[in-house]
Design a protein around this ligand. Sequence first.
Ligand SMILES: [Zn+2]
Length: 320
Amino acid sequence: MVHLLAVAVALLSSFKSFSVNAQIAAKKPLVITTTTDLAWAAREILGDAVEVRSLLNGREDPHFVDVRPDYVAQVAQADVVCAVGLDLEVGWLPKVISKAARREIQPGGRGYCDFGSRIQALDKPLQQVDRSQGDVHPQGNPHYWLSPSVLAQASREVIDATERVRPELKGKFEARYSEFKRMMLGLEARLKARLVSANITGEQARFAEYHREFSYFARSFELTSHDTLEEKPGLSPSAGRLGKVATGLRRDKITIVLAARTAPTRVIQKFEEISGLKVGVVSVSVSQAPGSDVETYPQLIEKIIDTLIAVSEKNAAKLR
Ligand SMILES: [Zn+2]
């Protein structure tokens, strides 16, 4: 009887450990990204084999985010944690990751995935920077996700990180990644052609921006940044600064002014009053929040191009 019982217990426990192992093997790896744009790219590339979630919802300013307990809880469960990098999330992500207290997802760990490490950064400061110059990005401009081709290049990182934590998935994502790159280059070419047919080329393709965040976007779409409304990044510009920029734009007949939805509305309105120019306020991240018209990345970029063309036409009429 005792013997039978022992056999039963052994059988039961071996069955249990078998089912636990099977569960682990079957459980999809969880990839947590900081921003919605990285999540969108990761989903496109990794498909159903992986669960992807974003900490932010696309409506926040990713430079300035609070360290929320639910971010820590999500990151603590992640197999892979992906950041835009280039210090965009420097004010909050390191705290979230360190509170999550897991070795694999710390920077340098197998599950840490830095999209920004894959690209050639623009706007690198030539001299040493300090906080008196505002919220400058010492590693270079982190706003690369607004360029379809650069985002495609950066996204390679999520494949490598996923394969590091799940070697059995090695090679599984190559076809999807090729398709992804093709789609992104196609999007870029199609929207570039729209700018050309709207006559936004050469002198007409100069623009001003609230924060220096359209550098990669500009490179992809052959636009030239003429000025920024901010004098120091991350700090609200003074009325004097706005006046100076407005005078310059009117003199040089710059018809395109862009700002992210997270830029301070009061300042944008003030600038519109002073300059008599319309500012194109756009979403700079994908959002699935209710009422969003930029649920996918192609929608996001197309919307920026639409707004840019509309604003340019309106302001050109005013400057004529
Ligand atoms: Zn920035």
